[in-house]
Design a protein around this ligand. Structure first.
Ligand code: MLT
Length: 328
């Protein structure tokens, strides 16, 4: 019996020491599974800046590891050392990619420690400047009449932009699906759209708000159930629901993850810092300025974060199966 107590006491000392020494001098890398300069990258950089304030000595850095709808970067973190120094910032793609790839080299619900959710970001349907439409109705009529000759950009199968495009087209039920053009992220996709090399994209307001305000792209609608009437730029666009797409309501949630097996003392330190970051006025202001809302509900708790992702996996798989040809 004495031996058991000695072991338990030793374990407590080790766990306590881990919490005290973390993160030490080594940086904490937040892996973004998309190209730099895009919406996921934006959230990660703002989050790193906020979390740095709440983890003593925490040198948070962001690293981009793009490709395959975010699954390359996610796999990199799943296989990383579980020491709290490699984290993943991933969005709806964590739940959507399993429905779209025959094989993914990690198991979303088993290979990660869930550290809590970060924000919900609306999306906007946007077009190249030359598109011959100015209202959503014109835009929709033009798409219906020309879908087979038009293309839509996204950040890879299962990415937020891909999911939005398939849900929107599936609701539109145009005779033919648009051709999809994949990129390493919606930052390069946005460059192509502004240059007229692609016709349409559905992207997060964290990436589109400034481009819309500057007139570099045309905007037609937002994907939230109701218009973003409090936002100075985005309030000018109707919701897809208002335009007749019944029940259309899509926002892109982002969550933070560590490799499975990361010590509980470290995941607690990170979750505590995340919760403080979500209340940091600067972080909140940055999100609201780009149309996003930081999470302030139970999804900041790891177990609720995991439950939410599990439910989203089921919901999105059903939507992808129903989308048929629009999911390619
Ligand atoms: C997406 O479409 O999933 C994201 O916008 C990708 C990105 O952050 O570039």
């Amino acid at each position: 019996m004495k031996q058991w107590f000695a072991m338990a006491a030793l374990a407590a000392v080790v766990v306590g020491a881990q919490a005290q020494t973390f993160p030490g001098s080594k940086p904490v890398t937040i892996v973004v599974p998309f190209a730099a300069g895009g919406p996921t990258d934006r959230v990660a950089r703002d989050l790193a800046e906020a979390m740095r304030k709440f983890v003593p000595g925490g040198n948070f850095v962001v690293e981009n590891s793009a490709g395959a709808g975010g699954t390359i970067g996610a796999n990199k973190v799943a296989k990383a050392a579980p020491d709290g120094h490699t984290l993943l910032l991933f969005h709806i793609g964590m739940a959507a990619t399993p429905a779209l790839y025959r094989k993914i080299s990690y198991k979303p619900l088993e290979d990660f420690e869930f550290l809590g959710m970060v924000n919900d970001v609306p999306m906007t349907l946007i077009g190249k400047p030359q598109l011959p439409a100015n209202t959503y109705r014109d835009f929709e009529n033009y798409i219906r009449a020309n879908a087979g000759n038009l293309n839509i950009a996204h950040a890879g199968l299962g990415s937020a932009s891909h999911i939005c495009g398939l849900l929107w087209q599936s609701n539109l039920q145009s005779k033919e699906a648009m051709t999809t053009i994949p990129f390493g992220g919606t930052a390069p996709a946005m460059t192509a759209l502004i240059g007229g090399q692609v016709d349409v994209m559905c992207d997060q307001t964290t990436n589109t708000t400034q481009q819309i305000e500057s007139g570099r792209v045309k905007a037609f609608a937002v994907t939230t159930a109701k218009p973003l009437s409090n936002h100075p730029v985005l309030k000018h666009y109707p919701s897809l629901q208002e335009m007749g797409l019944k029940g259309f309501n899509l926002t892109i949630w982002h969550g933070l993850y560590a490799p499975k097996g990361t010590p509980a003392a470290i995941t607690k330190t990170l979750n505590d810092a995340l919760k403080k970051a979500l209340k940091d006025p600067e972080f909140v202001k940055k999100n609201e300025g780009l149309g996003a809302l930081v999470v302030n509900d139970k999804r900041v708790e790891p177990e609720e974060h995991k439950k939410f992702v599990a439910a989203e996996m089921i919901k999105i798989k059903a939507a992808v199966d129903a989308a048929g040809k629009y999911a390619d």
